[in-house]
Design a protein. Sequence first.
Length: 107
Amino acid sequence: MGKRKDFPVDPPGRTPEARENQMIALAMDEAEKRLRDGTASSQILTHYLKLATVKERKELEILEAKKRLYNAKAEAYDASKKSEELYEKVLEAMKIYSGVDEEFYDD
């Protein structure tokens, strides 16, 4: 008989990211299994102990704050571009409404 599989067999992910997530899940499952049965290597133990440290949590908080900052900057940039486009449309509409000759502004 063949070796008994501990994990259900799922089809490979359709994208590299999906495949990577599958592999991560399998590795996490295996690490958990080893931690529970007492056969975890020192590398596995050190990895999970490091994740539990205050320093690691603070570093994750900093990364999250940077992510929020970058998102806010991107949104502000997009908003300024939209405002600029709207401002130009308003100026064009005012020129047309006031009857000002456009050739006067082209020079």
